[in-house]
Design a protein around this ligand. Sequence first.
Ligand code: SF4
Length: 326
Amino acid sequence: MTKSILPKKILYWYDNNKRSLPWRKKLSQVKREYYTLVSEFMLQQTQVVTVVPYFNNFVKDIPNISSLAKFNEHKLLKYWEGLGYYSRVRNLKKTAQILEKDFKGRLPSTIEELKLLPGIGEYTANAIMAIGFNKPFIPLDGNIERVIKRLLNLKLISEISKENLISKKKILGTSIRASDYAQALMELGALICRPKTPLCSQCPLTKNCKSFKNDDFEIIKERKKKIDKFYLLNIYKKNDKFLLIKNIKFSFLKNLKIFPMDEIPKYNNIKKDLNFKISNINMNIIVQFTKINESIPNSYWVDSTKLDSYTLPTFTKKIFSYLEKN
Ligand code: SF4
């Protein structure tokens, strides 16, 4: 495989096929940094099409790092409602506060400094270096991983390990258009080298692709172990109002409003009422109506006829819709 030819082919395809996205507009360097920061936080765990309206709404009302650093946290959660993984928006605000205090409201342009900021790990730091600063970094997201796996037809568990994929990134080469190149690779993975049905007839890389040559497009993934957990969820009801608590107990949905619940031991043949997945936790939930005997700290009575006026995670909303139907 000729290393240097890939960036040229992929960028040519990208220039003619890329989606028009708000963070891809022509922007000043300051705006580019801010748009990259916000979009990359939103895109962690969430697809582009879902993110676009949230991103537009967010940057319209919170246009820069300085306004984000000062923005009321409760109101900020409203801009994230429905995107899930709320720790991202809290970390985003904390990062903005550090940038405002220590970096004059700008992003640092070294990978080491970026990785010290809340919510910025290896992937996001690489994405910011490439997209925000046009430096020759390639962020290894699921789309780019898939392109590498298919180009090299990687199948063995040892071949698809993160370390091996990082070392194989070099086959993609680099470009002086580093920002466009990182986005072009992601775009190619998202639109053409799709997980189930790659559109090889539209791909610029057929001549370089071992999967295409072998007519074998199966993608092998490293399995994340699923954990089964059981919870007893208590419903306290007063007319149309339900009692919710601020979650300080569980590591998921931290500080958000949830129904009071406890983790219980795993039972076989238990009749669960609801099932919900958060990350790799498969939550089996048993719902019980309970009488309130004592005051519950950090609790709120939430009017079920006015749910839109509260900031609630999808998890809590799903339980409200279950209650409505049952
Ligand atoms: S030729 Fe097909 S399998 Fe290979 S990179 Fe392109 S879309 Fe993916």
